[in-house]
Design a binder for this molecule. Structure first.
Ligand SMILES: Cc1cc2nc3c(=O)[nH]c(=O)nc-3n(C[C@H](O)[C@H](O)[C@H](O)COP(=O)(O)OP(=O)(O)OC[C@H]3O[C@@H](n4cnc5c(N)ncnc54)[C@H](O)[C@@H]3O)c2cc1C
Ligand SMILES: C=CC1=C(C)c2cc3[nH]c(cc4nc(cc5[nH]c(cc1n2)c(C)c5CCC(=O)O)C(CCC(=O)O)=C4C)c(C)c3C=C
Length: 481
């Protein structure tokens, strides 16, 4: 009776368990979760009055095949289509994205004509920066930083005022250290297939037909209704909770909460997993936890693997969700604004939650929600300006930044602070080499081990779910979309 053990009950672990179950190749699937809940970084809290506060991720991007398509198929199969809420591409929350630079808010270009106008904080129309792209040959480098790539092919100004804040809004990371190869593989590929010009390469790639492997009504709806981003009526936590319910109501699946795995050993093609001092035998192990945390569970026999996995780093962030009484609106409605690191190291950006998903506002009376994100790769800079690092001091610091950026004089009625340790892995230059060594060793030693989760190939919820499917398809040989 083959048994699979999944370590971690975040979105990657739950998706892996779902696909393991779907494959019907294991008669027993055990999910071990250290905390008392599922979802990992996905965490929605509902305050009195019914307002939803997302303490981690808040939306999924409406994107195509394969990763976005995979998520919508899974959401549809879980019976969640009716619970999805979306922002359409034509709404201000999708059209208006800002950066706060040189002490003011600037709208990022959102239509073709905007590229031909000079728009602060840029010193020239953005189309001028595309000339260098046309004239620059492809790089021979194996990898380079995202910042170096953009500066080499376009302009340092684009790197500083657009790409630096973008990387803060996806990786909470520093684009001078992040790897182009691992963070934006499509841009690297575009340079290669375009023979230089990235714009030409992106056009070529976009013309490649990727036939869908199945039909999805929800995906068709997304396209027809031109969604930009989506969530769920009761918040993002609906997704892991529905996965949990689907799994625990299936035969042969066991979810064990409050149970950290403390050791993993491999012997003769099998695995032994230690929990609460007892040993569990498994035919296959799926680790969905942060790579260095998994490394710490391995013994000296896997010294090489331990060392390589420990090289993957992550950053800490602080999420401050605030709620005002009444209508407190930004100068222009939009998704939110990001800050270049040259503007403010400690403050990453602000999300205008009520503009994006007003359905999540309190239902008993008017209220307005915002989220301020702090720290990331600049966590030490945050510590320097908020030495006590108490929830109260962090909350006050975040509110001051919000008031300054948006010109508010009101103070929020509610402030919720969440300090998140190692919440977002950093794919720094050379990340792909580490992964190659790790996966080569697993193959060479025939370890019954799958590594999934945000530590490896993409931090978005789409990436986590799609990579889980791809890996379980590899292990089981089943087609699972
Ligand atoms: C602030 C923030 C905002 C984000 N915004 C977005 C967004 O808008 N859109 C988007 O797509 N993505 C976003 N992301 C990224 C996304 O949320 C994460 O990458 C994703 O949720 C990671 O899921 P995971 O299952 O791989 O890992 P985790 O969520 O870390 O899950 C791992 C689980 O394993 C458990 N665990 C740890 N150690 C053990 C052990 N020894 N034994 C058993 N269990 C263990 C943990 O308790 C946890 O539940 C955001 C992330 C953060 C932090
Ligand atoms: C507008 C302000 C934003 C802040 C501040 C922010 C912080 C932040 N984000 C992540 C991780 C991710 N965010 C992702 C998507 C995403 N984030 C923002 C904005 C802010 N993020 C937007 C507008 C989006 C949607 C992207 C789009 O629609 O184009 C993702 C998923 C990326 C994907 O490929 O789908 C991640 C991951 C962290 C860790 C963070 C600060 C702690």
């Amino acid at each position: 009776m083959p048994t699979a053990v999944v370590i971690g009950g975040g979105i990657s672990g739950l998706s892996s368990a779902y696909y393991l179950k779907k494959s019907a190749k294991f008669s027993k699937i055990i999910i071990l979760e250290a905390s008392n809940r599922v979802g990992g970084w996905i965490k929605t809290v509902t305050s009195e009055g019914g307002a939803k506060m997302e303490l981690g991720p808040r939306s999924l991007r409406a994107t195509g095949i394969p990763a976005g398509f995979n998520s919508l198929c899974l959401i549809e199969d879980l019976g969640l289509s009716k619970d999805v809420i979306h922002v359409s591409r034509h709404e201000p929350a999708a059209q208006n994205r800002f950066i706060y630079a040189k002490g003011a808010l600037h709208k990022l270009p959102n239509k073709f004509s905007a590229f031909f106008k000079k728009q602060a904080p840029f010193s020239a129309p953005l189309f001028l920066h595309s000339f260098r792209d046309i004239l620059t040959k492809p790089s021979e480098l194996e990898d380079e930083s995202v910042y170096d790539f953009v500066t080499r092919r376009f302009h340092a100004e684009l790197a500083e005022f657009a790409v630096d804040p973008l990387c803060r809004g996806i990786f909470a990371g520093d684009c001078r250290k992040l790897s182009l190869h691992s963070c934006f593989p499509l841009l690297r590929e575009a340079e290669k297939v375009g023979g230089g010009p990235v714009i030409k390469g992106l056009l070529k790639i976009s013309r490649r037909p990727i036939p869908p492997r199945r039909q999805s009504t929800l995906f068709d709806t997304m396209r027809k209704e031109t969604w930009s981003a989506f969530s769920f009526r009761q918040g993002l936590q609906t997704l892991p909770e529905t996965l949990r319910d689907s799994l625990t109501s299936s035969q042969g699946v066991e979810l064990v909460l409050d149970t950290p795995c403390s050791e993993v050993m491999f012997d003769d093609g099998k695995a032994k997993i230690v929990i609460n001092g007892e040993t569990l035998d498994a035919d296959h192990v799926v680790s969905s936890i942060f790579a260095p945390d998994f490394a710490s569970l391995l013994n000296q026999e896997q010294q090489n693997l331990k060392e390589n996995l420990s090289k993957i780093s992550a950053v800490n962030a602080v999420v401050v969700c605030v709620e005002f009484d009444g209508q407190v609106v930004p100068p222009t409605p939009g998704f939110g604004h990001l800050l270049p690191s040259s503007e403010d190291k400690a403050v990453l950006g602000v999300i205008y939650d009520s503009c994006t998903f007003p359905t999540h506002d309190r239902t008993d009376r008017p209220g307005s929600r915002y989220t301020i994100m702090l720290g990331g790769a600049w966590f030490d800079d945050l510590k320097a300006v908020v030495p006590s690092m108490t929830d109260e001091a962090l909350g006050q610091y975040a509110v001051k930044a919000l008031q300054k950026h948006l010109g508010f004089t009101q103070t929020p009625a509610k402030i919720k602070v969440e300090v998140m340790k190692n919440c977002i892995p950093q794919y720094i230059i050379g990340h792909e080499n580490i992964l190659e060594d790790v996966f080569a060793e697993i193959r060479a030693e025939r370890l019954p081990l799958s590594l999934v989760g945000s530590s490896y190939r993409g931090p978005s919820i789409h990436d986590c779910m799609n990579n889980a499917r791809v890996e379980i398809e590899r292990v089981t040989g089943a087609s699972l979309l």
